[in-house]
Structure formats: structure tokens, C-alpha cells
Ligand binder design. Structure first.
Ligand SMILES: [Zn+2]
Length: 170
């Protein structure tokens, strides 16, 4: 895995992305949804690793092999798609969406190192560097993505808010 510090930092970026998207899609009850998705994004950023640990047992061993089911790209993408669909309709959608953003961000952070990530079937690795190396690149890339998406969403969102205010005033 990328170092856990890197996963926290990228999870944070995932939380920002999720909150920005929820703010855009979420409609009326946006603020609690934003908060939920933000924290769920941070939790999701490390989830594929802590979901592997049998935290309920004293030994805390892994209950499944490292980087198998909990790092399965299809599963996280499905969660992302389903929760995105329900945004604005269900209160659970925002945290689920944030969690999925964080999980996918985790997979992207794990992807470049040699162990790879099982996106569909079988692991695939970008084979760029060893675990823990180049954390800075991974973190910087995640924040670049957060900035790009956030900026996009907010600038459009701002127009909409202005329009809403205009409609209300009129
Ligand atoms: Zn991992």
C-alpha cells in the first residue's frame, strides 16, 4: 500500500471532492449531506485496508488476503454509481457516495506500486514505484483532482445560487 499517511491525505481530498459533488447535486438538505460525505470520504480513503483487518477479534489478523475483495474496483465503482444515483433522494446516499469516493481514491493511490489493484479480475499494477515512495506525487495528484473538480463544481454552483437568489427576490 501507499503509506497510511498518503492514504489519509488522499482520503481528505476525496472527502472534498465528494462534498463538492454532493453540494452540487444534493438539492435542499445540502449541508448535512456535505459534512457526511466529507467525513465518509476520509474514512473511505483508508477503508480498503482497515476492512481487511478483523478488528472484532483480539489478534486483529487479516480475515482475507491483502488487496483482494476490499480493493475490488468494480465493487467501489458500483457503490459510487448507486449512491450517486440516489443523491438528493436518500439521506444515506451522501455518506455512501463519500465513502465510495474515498475507496476509489485509495485504489488509485495503491495502483502505481508493484502489488497493484484488482480493478476487475486479477491485479493490475502501473509498476511505477515501490510502496511508500513518491507519496508526494500521489497526494499532489489527488489534490489536483480535488481542486479541479471542486473548482468546476463551485463555479457552476455559484451561478446557480445567484440564479436562485435572483428568482427568490423576483
Ligand atoms: Zn490498500
Amino acid at each position: 500500500m501507499a503509506s497510511s499517511k498518503a492514504h489519509h491525505a488522499t482520503g481528505f481530498a476525496a472527502g472534498v471532492i465528494a462534498a463538492a459533488v454532493v453540494a452540487r447535486i444534493g438539492g435542499g438538505e445540502t449541508f448535512p449531506g456535505m459534512l457526511l460525505s466529507f467525513f465518509a470520504g476520509i474514512a473511505g480513503g483508508t477503508a480498503p485496508d482497515w476492512l481487511e483487518v478483523a478488528w472484532w477479534s483480539r489478534a486483529r489478523r487479516l480475515w482475507i488476503t491483502h488487496r483482494t475483495l476490499t480493493h475490488w474496483g468494480v465493487g467501489w465503482l458500483a457503490l459510487l454509481a448507486v449512491s450517486y444515483h440516489w443523491l438528493g433522494h436518500s439521506i444515506y446516499a451522501a455518506p455512501a457516495f463519500g465513502f465510495a469516493c474515498g475507496g476509489l481514491m485509495h485504489l488509485f493511490a495503491d495502483w502505481p506500486n508493484p502489488l497493484g489493484v484488482p480493478w476487475i479480475a486479477g491485479r493490475h499494477s502501473l509498476n511505477l514505484w515501490k510502496s511508500g515512495h513518491c507519496d508526494l506525487i500521489v497526494v499532489a495528484a489527488s489534490w489536483a483532482a480535488a481542486w479541479f473538480i471542486g473548482e468546476h463544481v463551485w463555479s457552476h454552483g455559484a451561478h446557480e445560487f445567484a440564479l436562485l437568489r435572483h428568482l427568490r427576490a423576483g
